[in-house]
Write a protein that binds this ligand. Structure first.
Ligand code: GAR
Length: 209
């Protein structure tokens, strides 16, 4: 099933990139289906066999799996689809600089910590094991680094030391699923700009988030 041709998109089309469970991908598709997000999910792109593929099948979203030549294939696919935004949702590869440059300010990522704390893999576990009292999520533009791009939105939660790791994970994922589609909507709507590392969102638009 993962191999369907993408849909042709004109405006407000999204490409989602994932490598794992795909729960954020599913939350975005559902937000779109429910009218909370005014966008069409044109294509899921994965880089390996993963649960996200099964979710795409159930949600009738075209899915493509990248192979060894993933860098050039991804670039070609994005050129063909020409989405409004590229949305990383647990994509476990570092995008080639060429793609980042070509799609500057059009690639979003979500990370399960308050960056710049705990970048990279296993952020929730690292924060938990560190004994943090506050953690959360970050949604940011992708630049050439790993989890380093200008921050669009952060949401924090206080950590009860009695929580298990899975309780913390559950709360973090809930935040992600709520805020990612809303942030995508804000970015698609325009009314924001970047000065240096600072992302400014106009007042009216900010009310959405
Ligand atoms: C999410 O928690 C996301 O924040 C994280 O991968 C998970 C994917 O879950 N991303 C990163 O750590 C990026 N550095 P999902 O496959 O269920 O959406």
């Amino acid at each position: 099933m993962c191999g369907l041709l993408h849909r042709n998109v004109s405006t407000r089309g999204l490409v989602v990139l994932a490598s794992g469970n795909g729960s954020n991908f599913e939350a975005i598709v559902k937000a779109s289906n429910e009218g909370l997000l005014n966008a069409e999910i044109a294509q899921l792109i994965v880089d390996r066999d993963c649960h996200a593929i099964e979710r795409a099948r159930k949600l009738s979203v075209p899915c493509r799996k990248l192979n060894e030549s993933w860098r050039s294939d991804l670039e070609t696919l994005l050129d063909e689809i020409s989405p409004s935004l590229v949305v990383l949702a647990g994509f476990l590869r570092i995008l080639p600089k060429r793609i980042v440059k070509k799609w500057r300010w059009k690639i979003l990522n979500i990370h399960p910590s308050l960056l710049p704390a705990f970048p990279g893999m296993h952020a929730i576990r690292k924060a938990y094991e560190h004994g943090v009292k506050v953690t959360g999520i970050t949604i940011h533009f992708v630049d050439e680094g790993v989890d380093t791009g200008p921050i669009i939105l952060q949401k924090a939660i206080e950590v009860d030391p009695a929580w298990s790791l899975s309780e913390l994970e559950e709360r973090i994922h809930k935040l992600e699923h709520y805020w990612y589609s809303r942030t995508i909507e804000v970015i698609l709507n325009g009314g924001w700009h970047i000065e240096g590392r600072r992302v400014f969102i106009e007042k009216d638009t900010r009310q959405l988030v």
